[in-house]
Design a protein around this ligand. Structure first.
Ligand SMILES: Cc1cc2nc3c(=O)[nH]c(=O)nc-3n(C[C@H](O)[C@H](O)[C@H](O)COP(=O)(O)O)c2cc1C
Length: 326
């Protein structure tokens, strides 16, 4: 973990993965002030909004934090320029392979680039293209997910890459015991989302938090793709009416594709806009029936609101106890 912490400039190599609408100034600053690494979720923000959010986060913490940018954002390069203006130290590129020139553009600003590696081959490719660190994220995670579990990704990728490179593990981590296991396999750190979504400092609506406290692992289900042509990335969220609405949205977008009134790129953007809107409804408005309550399978281990610093402390204590006991 010392390698990961040195890379991030933190006390512990525990990252709080960016969560759209949730990972804003308050949670990000609380995580970084608590010894972890907070990451702003840029999501669908405009460059102007990101500019404001970074400045506001800086006002709340003097410690390092990162910015998560979605690769398909139409203004990706303008967002990179905003990160450069604020001398953000770490940029996380999420949501697919980085477009041409984006890794280089970030590195030119002096920032480190963190990428998601969905397979071993792509992990190697990303490192060759300049990624400074990788995150491997399994399908247990909340939000947009890949098809492979964390345990299998860890077995396939850590033995090959973790000795000479910085690899963080994400997805389904709820306790320090689990962190200890991935560290022993060579990970330099971890990324958690679900465990932090309901921290005291998280601005998520009280009803969103309540639903987390009541849920168990089996309630956090992956969305179903109803039309094989649609480029739908599965999303893991707590089951509710919104899950059905997603099926209707897919039918609507598929029909527009059939009619030739939109192309595949536009179809994907419409699906992503649906998720951004649905997540906002749940997180900000507290409409947990119709909105999207994105959560990972570790949600059953989230029982009550706790300050971010305390969650990090508990995880570290459990991790140390697990390592000492072995
Ligand atoms: C409510 C929610 C929203 C999320 N939004 C994003 C996002 O905007 N960008 C991103 O890269 N990951 C997003 N994620 C994934 C997290 O950053 C993190 O990688 C994941 O939660 C880790 O797995 P865990 O949920 O099992 O801890 C989201 C996760 C949740 C629970």
């Amino acid at each position: 973990m010392a390698r990961g912490a040195a890379f991030l400039g933190t006390e512990t190599a525990i990252m709080c993965g960016a969560m759209s609408w949730v990972s804003e100034r308050n949670l990000v600053a609380a995580i970084s002030n608590g010894g972890g690494f907070g990451v702003i979720a840029c999501g669908a923000m405009t460059p102007e909004l990101l500019d404001t959010e970074i400045a506001a986060t800086r006002a709340l913490t003097a410690r390092p934090f990162g910015v998560n940018l979605i690769t398909m954002h139409p203004d990706l390069f303008a967002l990179i320029a905003v990160c450069a203006k604020h001398q953000v130290g770490h940029v996380v590129l999420a949501g697919g392979l980085p477009p041409k020139g984006s890794v280089e553009a970030i590195k030119e600003t002096g920032a480190k680039v963190i990428c998601f590696a969905p397979t071993l081959a792509l992990g190697k490719k990303l490192l060759r293209s300049g990624a400074d660190a990788l995150v491997i994220e399994g399908s247990e995670a909340g939000g947009h997910i890949g098809p492979v579990s964390t345990s299998v990704l860890a077995q396939e990728i850590l033995p090959e890459l973790a000795q000479d490179n910085l690899v963080f593990v994400a997805g389904g981590i709820g306790t320090g015991e689990m962190i200890a296991r991935y560290l022993q396999m060579g990970a330099c750190g971890v990324q958690l989302g679900t465990r932090f979504a309901c921290a005291t400092e998280s601005i998520a609506h009280p009803d969103f938090k309540k639903m987390f406290f009541r849920a168990s692992a089996r309630n956090a289900v992956a969305s179903v793709q109803i039309d094989p042509r649609l480029p739908v990335i599965p999303v893991r969220a707590l089951e509710n009416k919104g899950t059905e609405e997603f099926a209707a949205k897919q039918r609507e977008v598929a029909l527009l594709l059939d009619q030739g009134s939109i192309d595949m790129g536009e179809a994907q953007l419409r699906i992503e806009r649906f998720w951004a809107g649905a997540l906002r409804r749940a997180v900000i408005d507290g409409d947990v029936e119709n909105g999207s309550v994105m959560a990972g399978q570790s949600v059953g281990m989230v029982k009550a609101e706790e300050p971010a610093a305390q969650i990090i402390q508990t995880l570290m204590t459990e991790c140390e106890a697990a390592l000492a006991g072995r």
